[in-house]
Design a protein around this ligand. Structure first.
Ligand SMILES: NC(=O)c1ccc[n+]([C@@H]2O[C@H](COP(=O)([O-])OP(=O)(O)OC[C@H]3O[C@@H](n4cnc5c(N)ncnc54)[C@H](OP(=O)(O)O)[C@@H]3O)[C@@H](O)[C@H]2O)c1
Length: 218
């Protein structure tokens, strides 16, 4: 499989919700060429206009055609349909930050013996899926991953080493502490971590801009 060698791969963002806007804008601010795709190309253009001069808007298919790296920031119930509308994702790095959440926002619809990311890999034939940023709140992406002397960890997993290296480099460039959490099957563990974060933020009241996971190492 070909490795992307350019410093700033072309990005396609498959949705303009809270997380899609946050992640796409994060890299657009660093000069990545970003196409935001949406059901509403007008909304995508508006998000792109505030993201910076290297960003533009279009349909899901436009974003998928543009990007070497695609970001999948969809609500679970729409994920398969968005992938279908995006067209062929063969060979694309697919950064899956979504979670298979139920409508209550914290019940996982898939788990233990399967994961959202593994479903995504089955739906997006030939894509190089990397689960990443699913447990990081958009408010952290929009502000600062640094907490005092530490930076927020992003645990990521996938089966394609080159794809994982690309995502890790993109995250490190933005100040995140990128942690390789193994093969894609470990998304079964990372998706419940996101559900835990939702509990901490929404139920325990810690606030989305104030908390992030940190893996301590020595
Ligand atoms: N918000 C966070 O802080 C955060 C953090 C980590 C992970 N996530 C994950 O990211 C995913 C999106 O969360 P979000 O908070 O960004 O949600 P959101 O603001 O409600 O965004 C919904 C996303 O789904 C897309 N979508 C496609 N078809 C849709 C339809 N028929 N109805 C509604 N939306 C549709 C939207 O794209 P268009 O409207 O542009 O077509 C948009 O990108 C979830 O899986 C969540 O677990 C969120």
């Amino acid at each position: 499989m070909e490795t992307l060698t350019q410093d700033r791969p072309k990005l396609g963002v498959l949705g303009t919700g809270t997380m899609g806007s946050a992640l796409g804008s994060l890299w657009a601010r660093r000069g990545y060429p970003v196409v935001f795709g949406s059901r509403s190309p007008e909304r995508a253009s508006a998000v792109a206009a505030s993201a910076g001069p290297t960003a533009s808007g279009g349909t899901y298919r436009d974003a998928a055609a543009h990007g070497d790296v695609l970001i999948l920031p969809t609500l679970w119930e729409h994920t398969e349909e968005v992938i279908r509308q995006a067209g062929s994702l063969e060979g694309k790095v697919l950064l899956d930050c979504s979670n298979p959440e139920g409508s209550d926002g914290h019940t996982l619809m898939v788990g233990h013996t399967d994961s959202g990311a593994e479903n995504v890999a089955r739906w997006a034939a030939g894509a190089r899926v990397v689960k990443a940023f699913n447990h990081v709140y958009a408010e952290i992406v929009n502000t600062d991953p640094v907490f005092g002397a530490e930076s927020a960890s992003v645990l990521y997993c996938g089966d394609d080493p080159d794809a994982k290296a690309i995502v890790a480099r993109m995250g490190m460039e933005c100040g995140f502490d990128m942690i390789d959490a193994g093969p894609l099957v470990n998304a079964r563990l990372l998706e419940p971590a996101a559900a835990l974060m939702v509990q901490l933020v929404r139920v325990m009241g810690l606030g989305p801009g104030n908390v992030a996971l940190k893996l301590l190492r020595r």
